[in-house]
Design a protein around this ligand. Structure first.
Ligand SMILES: [Zn+2]
Ligand SMILES: [Zn+2]
Length: 279
């Protein structure tokens, strides 16, 4: 089993060290882990930080290389224990991020870049503290259109290997909008899934939804649409923000994938996917 979505204490909202996570991975029998700390770069927000020794530093190319050094050292150290350690990041996409992100990634030995939509109108819709500010001024239809517009931009940029938690909009949206949150703009979403297939962008199956709302991201209806669009590349991750959550529900997630007819998950080396067949 592999876990391709992990945050350590280098992310402002997570705990756990790289080596602590690696030891835990060996304990629970994972063969590969990919660290994907947050890379938020929106100059209009105050969360564009990476943490080193408890100190917040603005995310820059130097900080990424510092992170890389630590992860490559862990790769060397844990190889003899049969664990493959990969270097990834989870980037919060917004329009205009492209040149800044390109500069940060220049020359980095990065394996995997996840793109995520965390913010709309510079407000974090994935934060219980902030989301109300956005919800107060948008109806469900506007919310869903804004969200998927942002996802379309993310995929169109071709800067990302996988799209994180595709229906994270429901996490706090369900309480505010009720069942209207399920009225996703199908044509738009189909267009996005088709563009993903064409661009070779993977869809992430993220098990964090199980811990928040007893449902995977993405939910069944989106998984079916992805399958019907012919999407083949899938990545899988726990989105752990603490070592206890590493690998959570991945076995269930594999069964879930199989139930839609998906037969592989991808691992990445220097941004190139390899399909790993699932039983
Ligand atoms: Zn995320
Ligand atoms: Zn994450």
């Amino acid at each position: 089993m592999v876990d391709y979505h992990i945050h350590t204490a280098h992310s402002i909202d997570a705990s756990g060290t790289v080596s602590g996570y690696c030891s835990r991975a060996i304990e629970i029998g994972l063969r590969e882990v990919c660290f994907t700390n947050h890379c938020e770069l929106d100059p209009q927000r105050d969360d564009s930080f990476i943490v080193f020794d408890g100190r917040r530093e603005p995310f820059s190319r130097n900080e990424l290389l510092r992170l890389q050094e630590e992860i490559l050292a862990a790769r060397d150290r844990f190889k003899r224990h049969g664990l493959d350690v990969k270097f990834g990041i989870e980037v919060g996409y917004f329009t205009g991020i492209e040149p800044v992100l390109e500069e940060i990634l220049r020359g980095a030995e990065i394996d995997f870049v996840i793109g995520a939509i965390h913010c709309l109108d510079h407000i974090c819709i994935d934060s219980s503290r902030e989301c109300g500010q956005y919800f107060a001024t948008h109806c469900a239809e506007e919310y869903l259109a804004d969200y998927f517009n942002a996802v379309a931009g993310l995929v169109r940029s071709r800067m990302f290997d996988s799209v994180a938690h595709l229906d994270v909009f429901k996490k706090y949206g369900i309480d505010h909008y009720g069942k209207d949150i399920h009225r996703i703009p199908r044509d738009m979403v189909e267009g996005i899934l088709q563009m993903m297939r064409k661009n070779g962008t993977a869809l992430e199956l993220n098990t964090a939804g199980m811990r928040f709302m007893n449902e995977f991201y993405p939910a069944e209806s989106l998984m079916k649409m992805a399958r019907d669009c012919g999407l083949e590349l899938i990545t899988i991750g726990s989105d752990s923000h603490r070592p206890e959550d590493l690998g959570k529900d991945l076995t269930k997630a594999i069964d879930y994938l199989g139930s839609f007819g998906f037969d592989a998950v991808c691992t990445y080396t220097r941004r190139t996917p390899t399909k790993l067949s699932i039983p």
